[in-house]
Design a protein around this ligand. Structure first.
Ligand code: XMP
Length: 508
């Protein structure tokens, strides 16, 4: 195992991911974890991440010096390098010029970390402080125009340090450099894969849970499904999944979830039909934020009611992914950011539950790979994201049973056609929105005055920014025809051509 110690860099997770891509297991711990945690894990190598702090600041994050006596190879990256220098008696100074972006690295020593790297190679820098004097015992491995010590090492103690970021794609030979560290210097073997991840995680979950019970809120999406199947593999019937049918789901959603979890995986599944309750609370509500709050609040209440019925529950399993915790995993504090609609913080406290988040180290594509390893069908693993508040935030204006039904039918047609045409896998999300207006039309020889459906399809990598998809006109034509012919109450279809920003992906 390679242990990554996090000093708050936005790239920390990327380091762990790159190591896993080399088929070596890697995990992250925050830099304020007790030293015994490192000793206990006894990793084959340690990587100190970058971070936003400066070693000159008061209370800047640090690490126990004993780490240098463990005889475990260490690689410091950026802040990690400055910290090594600072702690071992070298000199760090504020650079006159901050160095950010591309730089040409010139190699001085090709023997291990830079074995088989080009003489001059492009690297990615992002730092304000730099090394002026190396600690005793260190030699220079490489330099750039601005950084006389862009890479250094104490080869006897196997301590290596880089001023640049080998984990980002802009560092052209970054992967090779990490490979050299992991294999040549730490002596790891490339034996890890998703199969070993499953073995390791299930073992850990079993140990953690002991004789207690676990609940999991199942949404039917990729993350919660993979979490449920993984936890079930670990503890079987000690897991109960709760699926709340809030009446705001897509066509056939609930049936699909029931079929898969009960019949395929034999998971304890409790389905709560709460559509009445949600719709009652949403009556007369038009404001998007109020809708979200009501739905979030109601969900937590129902979930808690159900969870309390299970005896011996001590844990809540959640499909939190790394991007969800990106800002909170670091040393700043233990509180994980939880998606606003599933504000489970209060629930955890009230019910004295602890979290199990087996996916928290993974990226979405790794979760899909894990899902495949667990035998979850592709149809589920490649599903588009669906918001917690469901169709309510795509039903602009008041949410009623009748309006939801119109939206549900239109949405079903959008998904069917998008899938049939092969676009489903090419886009991030595609769906229908019901607008709160009526417009005039003519059907047969009669005047109509009916609802408008908007179609939305976007490309995105992470949901943070998005661009509308240039769907072929023929496909849009088919969508429009089918929706107007098949969905009663709709006489007009429009296509949303707004990117994010300035628009958001959802309409509310
Ligand atoms: P927006 O509309 O903010 O959406 O551009 C970005 C991505 O997040 C999804 N989304 C949500 N997901 N709970 C969720 O789990 C929510 O409350 C929520 N709101 C938006 C949205 O579908 C898109 O993928």
């Amino acid at each position: 195992e390679i242990l990554v110690i996090d000093f708050g860099s936005q790239y920390t997770q990327l380091i762990a991911r790159r190591v896993r891509e080399l088929k070596v297991y890697s995990e992250i711990i925050p830099c304020n974890a007790p030293f015994s945690e490192i000793e206990k894990r006894n990793p084959s190598g340690i990587i100190l991440s970058g971070g936003p702090a400066s070693v000159f600041e008061k209370d800047s994050p640090s690490i126990d010096r004993k780490i240098f006596n463990l005889e475990i190879p260490i690689l410091g990256i950026c802040y990690g390098m400055q910290l090594i220098t600072h702690l071992l008696g070298g000199k760090v100074s504020r650079a006159e010029k901050r160095e950010y972006g591309k730089a040409i690295l010139k190699i001085d020593d090709f023997s291990d970390l830079f074995a088989e790297i080009k003489n001059e190679t492009v690297v990615w820098m992002s730092h304000a402080d730099k090394i002026n004097e190396m600690p005793e015992g260190f030699i220079r491995l490489a330099h750039t125009e601005n950084s006389p010590y862009a890479a250094m090492a104490d080869k006897v103690r196997k301590i290596y340090a880089l001023q640049f970021h080998p984990e980002v794609v802009h560092t052209e030979e970054g992967k090779k450099i990490l490979k050299n560290f992991v294999f040549k210097i730490c002596g790891c073997k490339p034996t890890w894969n998703m199969h070993s991840f499953v073995e390791r995680e299930t073992e850990e979950i079993r140990k953690k849970v002991g004789k207690y019970k676990v609940v999991c809120a199942l949404s039917g999406g990729v993350d919660s499904t993979v979490t449920a199947v993984l936890v079930h593999k670990a503890i079987g019937d000690a897991l109960t999944c709760i699926f709340v049918d809030n009446g705001l789901l897509r066509a056939g959603e609930r049936e699909k979830v029931e079929e898969m979890l009960r019949n395929n995986f034999h998971i304890n599944l409790k389905v709560v039909d709460a559509s009445e309750r949600f719709l009652k609370r949403l009556k007369g509500v038009h404001d998007p934020e109020r809708k979200r709050k009501i739905i979030g609040g109601e969900f937590i209440k129902i979930f808690e009611e159900e969870a309390k019925k299970i005896e011996g529950v001590k844990f809540l399993a959640q499909g939190t992914l790394y991007p969800d915790v990106i800002e909170s995993i670091s040393f700043k504090g233990p509180s994980a950011t939880i998606k606003s609609h599933h504000n489970v913080g209060g629930l955890l406290k009230r019910m004295k539950l602890k979290l199990i988040e087996p996916l928290r180290e993974l990226f979405k594509d790794e979760v899909r790979e894990l899902g495949k390893e667990l035998g979850i069908p592709e149809e589920i693993l490649y599903r588009h994201p669906f918001p917690g508040p469901g169709l309510a935030i795509r039903c602009v204006g008041e949410v009623t049973r009748e309006r939801l039904e119109i939206l549900r039918q239109a949405d079903k047609i959008v998904l069917e056609e998008i899938k049939k045409s092969g676009w489903y896998k090419k886009v991030w999300q595609s769906f229908a929105v019901l607008l709160p207006i009526r417009t005039v039309g003519v059907m047969g020889d009669e005047r109509t005055y009916e609802h408008v459906i908007a179609i939305r399809a976007v490309h995105s990598v992470d949901g943070m920014t998005a661009d509308w998809v240039k769907l072929p006109h023929e496909l849009l034509e088919r969508l429009s025809n089918r929706i107007i012919n098949e969905v009663k109450g709709v006489n007009r279809v429009v296509y949303d051509i707004t990117s994010k920003p300035p628009g958001t992906i959802e309409w509310e």
